[in-house]
Design a protein around this ligand. Structure first.
Ligand SMILES: *[C@@H]1O[C@H](CO)[C@@H](O)[C@H](O)[C@H]1NC(C)=O
Ligand SMILES: *[C@@H]1O[C@H](CO)[C@@H](O)[C@H](O)[C@H]1NC(C)=O
Ligand SMILES: *[C@@H]1O[C@H](CO)[C@@H](O)[C@H](O)[C@H]1NC(C)=O
Ligand SMILES: *[C@@H]1O[C@H](CO)[C@@H](O)[C@H](O)[C@H]1NC(C)=O
Ligand SMILES: *[C@@H]1O[C@H](CO)[C@@H](O)[C@H](O)[C@H]1NC(C)=O
Ligand SMILES: *[C@@H]1O[C@H](CO)[C@@H](O)[C@H](O)[C@H]1NC(C)=O
Ligand SMILES: *[C@@H]1O[C@H](CO)[C@@H](O)[C@H](O)[C@H]1NC(C)=O
Ligand SMILES: *[C@@H]1O[C@H](CO)[C@@H](O)[C@H](O)[C@H]1NC(C)=O
Ligand SMILES: [Cu+2]
Length: 192
């Protein structure tokens, strides 16, 4: 088993703690994350499997669903970059991050042009007052028609003035590269 060295590496890095929650991106050529929202605990890994087209998973805020967020410390939020998948592909790129803070919901969208405005959004730990459906409605109400820009000034009519920019990014940290995670997927498949 040529991947066997990865397991101790993952364990010593603490990456294997918590549950791994898999999200399919673009299944059936749709503009969707499936499932579109999840409840996660601190330490859980959210793994996005890009199965079609050319999408991203990018962090935004409830108030501004279709704009890549800037954290309080000046870093940008979690962003997979574009993950193109050939129509005849037989293996798929993945992107993962771990959930670091469950005090507030985490909000995400696809940066591909027009996709966020079409409702291609994702949420972790949404609440009754900040629900997935409210977030998606805000995304669809976004007036800008360019989600490909990381500096877009998109705004939404359903924006909540209480959304906190300081909290928005602190909850998620990227783990590994796409190629690295893909090799882990290969290991799991090989064991089954
Ligand atoms: C994709 O299509 C299959 C077969 O119709 C269906 O079972 C599955 O739920 C669909 N997935 C999504 C994300 O729409
Ligand atoms: C998440 O938890 C809330 C209650 O805390 C529940 O209403 C909701 O159905 C859960 N969502 C999922 C996707 O499990
Ligand atoms: C994926 O989409 C981005 C943004 O539109 C584009 O720059 C890139 O060329 C696309 N990649 C492929 C392989 O189509
Ligand atoms: C996928 O299609 C492209 C272009 O049609 C072709 O060049 C490539 O060899 C195909 N790949 C596989 C794995 O079939
Ligand atoms: C939408 O895109 C077109 C073409 O790129 C541009 O001319 C127009 O100003 C854009 N509209 C908005 C609201 O950004
Ligand atoms: C979209 O963004 C990518 C880089 O992320 C860039 O290469 C591409 O030219 C952009 N496309 C448009 C239409 O702005
Ligand atoms: C978690 O997020 C909340 C607000 O959402 C923030 O007040 C708190 O400081 C964060 N905790 C950590 C450990 O970053
Ligand atoms: C900013 O905060 C995020 C989330 O806490 C962290 O992952 C990132 O490394 C920080 N960036 C800098 C430059 O400190
Ligand atoms: Cu997309």
């Amino acid at each position: 088993m040529r991947f066997s060295a990865i397991i101790p590496a993952l364990l010593s890095a603490g990456v294997a703690l918590g549950e791994v929650i898999t999200i399919q991106v673009g299944a059936n050529d749709s503009l969707t994350y499936s499932p579109s929202s999840v409840n996660a605990s601190v330490g859980d890994t959210i793994m996005f499997e890009f199965v079609a087209k050319n999408h991203t998973i990018s962090q935004s805020t409830f108030a501004d669903p279709c704009t890549l967020t800037t954290l309080a410390n000046g870093s940008t939020g979690v962003d997979s970059g574009f993950m193109p998948v050939a129509a005849n592909a037989t293996s798929f790129p993945t992107f993962s991050f771990t959930v670091q803070n469950t005090s507030a919901p985490l909000w995400f969208y696809c940066r591909q042009t027009g996709h966020c405005e079409a409702g291609m959004v994702f949420a972790i730990n949404p609440t009754a007052s900040k629900s997935f459906s409210a977030f998606q409605a805000a995304a669809k109400a976004t007036t800008s028609n360019s989600t490909n820009s990381t500096t877009s000034s998109a705004s939404s009519t359903a924006a909540s003035t209480t959304a906190s920019t300081t909290a928005s990014g602190a909850g998620a940290v990227r783990v590994g590269s796409a190629a690295f995670v893909l090799s882990v997927v290969g290991l799991v498949a090989g064991l089954l």
